[in-house]
Design a binder for this molecule. Structure first.
Ligand code: HEC
Length: 362
């Protein structure tokens, strides 16, 4: 047997690993959670809660800590934890426990999590560089006044971001339409319509008698959608300039749709309450949102600005809505690669009365 290809393959793996850094999602949230439990028992007594520092020992977060490890490797941090800590009990934690604690330390230092765990051996971890500064800082985590979730990034910048050609396949527009079981004659409000990637195909799906309301808070975007609709001969689309806390729909609708925008509502529960008032009997609310811990989502939006499907479940329950269907078309390998779009969950809620049967999706 010729071993050369194996050697080459091994070398390729090493090269791929050597180029990894703390910014590449090198631990999992599950691992950090286990690490947090060990940390609480063995380390927090001196280093403080979440390594915030105490009288007995330095903080394991913040500028001084970052400066110590910047340019080293995760393996160096692992070794420090394993061979010098806790003082007096050095070397008593297992490799796996030390890896978990190391994952927790990465998490409290705000490095993104990913889908593989940190290995439990220093040698492998020496191939992951500890880089304090994000090498690809998010171009923008949103232009948000303190204490709000709204994003005041101007419409022109949104056009540039939303019209990236590789983004469109990541929206799976035809699959979303099939999943929603739209009918000719339906009226749809596409809230946060952006550049119309969904609104225009929605309009075609409900033509000729149905209407799509393309709703946004940026007039620039509405103008852009209108020009696109006109040049595409889509006549059943109307643009609506919304307020931050009210879509100001001019008529009742059968579906309120949010793609990657519901997290921008300042008061999410109140926004559902307002949205519900615009629904026809049997009307539905569909939400597609970023997976909370997806690395791309973590880059775009700070934790406070992201939401979970459990939170949405809670807000929906507060308006008496229940889950009709959930689709996994944007999860795992169903989420098309190379589009720069995070994994997302996709839920459809209704009041329970006159619920429309839905297709199986996919
Ligand atoms: C009894 C108190 C005590 C406990 C418990 C303890 N440490 Fe420490 N740790 C210290 C002190 C003091 C220092 C600074 C002096 C030194 O470098 O040894 C330190 C330093 C460190 C450093 C180096 C910080 C830097 O900026 O380079 C790391 C990493 C660390 N500890 C991790 C841990 C972990 C992980 C645990 C739990 C497994 C732990 N420590 C438990 C007292 C403690």
């Amino acid at each position: 047997m010729n071993t050369l290809p194996l050697i080459l393959a091994g070398a390729a793996v090493l090269v791929a690993q050597a180029s990894r850094s703390t910014w590449d999602g090198v631990y999992t949230t599950e691992q950090a959670k286990r690490g947090a439990a060990v940390f609480d028992g063995e380390c927090a007594g001196c280093h403080g809660q979440a390594g915030a520092g105490g009288g007995m020992a330095p903080a394991l977060v913040g500028a001084a800590f970052s400066a110590d490890y910047d340019g080293q490797t995760v393996g160096d941090l692992f070794d420090r934890n394993r061979t010098t800590m806790p003082p007096g009990k050095e070397g008593q934690l297992s490799g796996a426990q030390t890896a978990d604690i190391t994952a927790f330390i990465l998490q409290v230092n705000r490095f993104p999590s990913g889908s593989t765990e940190l290995a439990a051996t220093s040698m492998l971890l020496k191939q992951i560089k500890y880089v304090a500064q994000d090498p690809n800082p998010a171009p923008n985590q949103g232009d948000r006044p303190p204490g709000t979730h709204q994003d005041n990034t101007p419409g022109k910048e949104w056009i540039r971001r939303l019209e990236r050609p590789e983004r469109i396949p990541g929206l799976k527009v035809a699959t979303v339409i099939a999943s929603l079981n739209l009918m000719p004659g339906d009226t749809i409000a596409d809230i946060g319509a952006g550049t119309g990637a969904f609104a225009i195909p929605f309009a075609r799906a409900v033509a000729p008698n149905g209407t799509v309301l393309a709703v946004d808070i940026h007039q620039d975007l509405l103008d852009y959608v209108q020009i696109k609709a006109t040049s595409d001969h889509v006549m059943n689309l109307r643009t609506v300039l919304a307020k931050l806390d009210d879509p100001l729909l001019p008529k009742r609708v059968d579906l309120v749709f949010f793609h990657d925008v519901f997290h921008n509502m300042n008061d999410r529960q109140a926004y559902l309450q307002v949205s519900m008032k615009y629904l026809n009997p049997g009307g539905r609310i569909a939400i597609i949102e970023q997976e909370f811990n997806d690395p791309i989502a973590q880059k775009w939006d700070k934790p406070d600005d992201r939401i979970t499907r459990e939170e949405v479940q809670h807000w929906m329950a507060s308006i008496g809505f229940r889950l009709q269907r959930e689709f996994d078309i944007f999860k795992g390998s169903n989420n098309p690669a190379g589009t720069g779009m995070p994994e997302r969950w996709f839920v459809v809620y209704g009041s329970g009365a006159n619920d429309r049967p839905l297709h199986a999706g996919r």
